[in-house]
Design a protein around this ligand. Sequence first.
Ligand code: AMP
Ligand code: MG
Length: 332
Amino acid sequence: MITQILPVNEASLEAARVIIARGGVVGMPTETVYGLGANAFDTVAVESIFKIKGRPNDNPLIVHVHKDYDITTLVKDIPDYAKALAKAYLPGPLTMVYKSLGTVSKAVSCGLDTLAIRIPSHEGAQRFLKYVNLPIAAPSANISKHVSPTSAEHVYRDLNGKIELILDGGKCAGGIESTVLDCTGHIPIILRSGLITREMIAMVVGDCGEYVYKDGEKALSPGLKYKHYSPTCKTKLFSSGDFNKAVAYCKNQITLGVKCAVMCDGAASEKIVGIPVLNLGATADEIAANLYLKLREGEDCYDEIVAIEPVMQDGVMVGVMNRLKKACAEVK
Ligand code: AMP
Ligand code: MG
C-alpha cells in the first residue's frame, strides 16, 4: 500500500471521506498529536486501528467530533460541570468521558459502558471532522508503545505502507495528548494529565480529583497501565538535582563509545558544553511541544538519551513529566 501525505484541502478531504466511508483509516492532525482515525460506527474499521497499531485490545479509543456535532446522540447524563468545562475549553485538548448511549461500535470503548469524546481545536481536524460528519475513533497515529507523532512525517515513519492517507496539518502546537477527564461522577476526575491542567479545571468547577493508577489494579482508564511513548534507543532519566551526575554519566558513555546525548530544558542546556544536547525549550508549553520531537530526534541520532527532568513540574509540566517518566521507564 502506498501512503500519501497531502495538505488539508478540498481534494484531500474528499479522498479522506472516501477512505473512511469504505471502512479505512486516515492519519489526521490535531493540536495535541496526530491521530489514526476511523468511522466510530464501523466495527471492522475500528478493529483495524488496533491491528495497524498493535494496540492492546482493552485500551479504549477516543471519539473525535466537530464542534457542532450533537454529542447527545452518543452519550448521556452530561453533568453541569462538564457543560461549564466544555464552554470554557472546547474545542481544545480536553477529552471528556461520559456514560455511553451505545450508538457507536462497542469496539471503541473495549466493552466499557462509557465513551470518551474530544472536540479538537486544530483547524485541519475540524475541517476533516465536519467534512465526514461522523464520529471518528482515533488513538495517536504511532505503532503502539512508540513515541507519539507530532508531525505528518512522524506518522509516515511509523505507518508507511499500512495506511493510505495522512492529512498534513503541520507540526502539532500542543505536543502531548489531551487531558482525559472522567465526567461520570459528581466531580470530574483527571484520568490522564495534559495541556488543560488541574488548575484550569478547578478554576471553572471548584475542584477536581486526580486518578493515580497503581500497578496491578483494574485501571479506570485502561491506557494507564501500558508502557508508552518509548523511543527505540536506550534512555536514562535523572532528576534536575542530579544535573552534574547526568552530564558525567553522558560523558562517560561517550568515552565508552556509546553515541549519547543529554535531553534537558533550555536553562540546563546552557550549562552544557562539549556533549550533544537535545534542548526541549524554555517554557512549559515549549517543552510539551518539543518532547516527542526530541525523543524521536534522539532515537534517530543516538544510542542513548540521558534525560534530565526539567526544574518546573507544575501545571502543564505534570502531563509532560508523566510522558517523560513513561518514555524512560526501565521496563519497555
Ligand atoms: P490514546 O488514544 O493513545 O491517546 O489513548 C486514549 C486514552 O484515553 C487512554 O489512556 C484510554 O485508556 C483513555 N480512554 C479512552 N476511552 C476511555 C473511557 N471510555 N474511559 C476511560 N478512559 C478512556
Ligand atoms: Mg497513544
